[in-house]
Design a protein around this ligand. Sequence first.
Ligand code: NAD
Length: 334
Amino acid sequence: MKQIVICGAGGFIGGHLTKAFKTMGHKVRAVDIKPLTRWYQITTGVENFVLDLKNKENCYQALNGYEEVFNLAADMGGMGFIETHKAECMLSVLINTHLLMAARDLGLRRYFYSSSACVYNGEKQTDTNNPGLKESDAYPALAEDGYGWEKLFSERMCRHFKEDFGLITRVARFHNVYGPFGTYDGGREKAPAAICRKVIESELYDKKEIVIWGDGHQTRSFMYIDDCIKGIQDIMYSNIEEPINLGSSEMVSINQLVDYVEEIAKHKLERKYDLTAPKGVRGRNSENTLIKQYLEWEPSIPLKNGLKKTYDWIKEQMIENKGKDSKKVVFNEF
Ligand code: NAD
């Protein structure tokens, strides 16, 4: 049995990872800054700590007595958030820095850091027909301003803690992750959840049009949460010493993404394009040669299948939470 700390466990990916490790029978401590009433999932039999991990002492408290840590805690969101909260995004550097120091001083065995495709050089993402970003495309560095630079710096900090102090660190560069138990409103949501929400709103409130950010031709790939959780575990316990892509290589345009959601909803809408809205890079995709080579695996759940599960979950939530001030917290019982 491993003794695992999940930081950012009140969030989307951290919540799923906590449940996965607990289901496997490991001892898990879940940590997040949010009050428990705002965590997306709470797993029974797990030790839950509410702590601000920007604070150094709190990081020592969070890791004390445990062997491994997964750092998924960050102040982040979709393009609408990261383009307008650059300083807040960069302050997440305190979380990773203090967690690394605590992991080193307390003698933890392994450290996982969740980086992002936002570390990639913007000049390699100017075409909708992106051939896929290789790990080496992060340099020469021209990351997404704010959020991406923090991720790139923190990746390097993990590398140097390994070189200088012998702490085993593993870094995955997530490309867009989506699925149930994630953010779908409030300003931090990403494209798949935002589009599902807008289509569902039009069904529930009889609206005829959907507003799309940008011209809809921008491209991305989207990884379903179950693929992400498997990838995180495989990368953590591998010998992969450099940051590696963890993302789907099924690239679609935002217009295609809307087509898929409309198909699921069986509901067609008139499209309005907001060209002034934040839209990010023109084209982004994950190049998966390295992950296939190391792990003989890559994320593969088809977008249409994952979207159906996400859409169904968001619809259920929107119906259930209609007219209420706060959302229901889900308890995973064991
Ligand atoms: P999320 O926002 O749902 O979860 C992050 C959690 O971190 C939140 O619950 C938040 O409260 C917590 N947190 C923030 N500041 C904290 C602090 N000071 N102390 C303790 N907890 C704090 O996001 P997510 O989608 O689950 O992302 C998890 C990680 O993966 C993040 O590092 C994110 O940058 C990275 N990532 C996510 C995606 C994606 O598509 N979801 C893509 C690339 C990278």
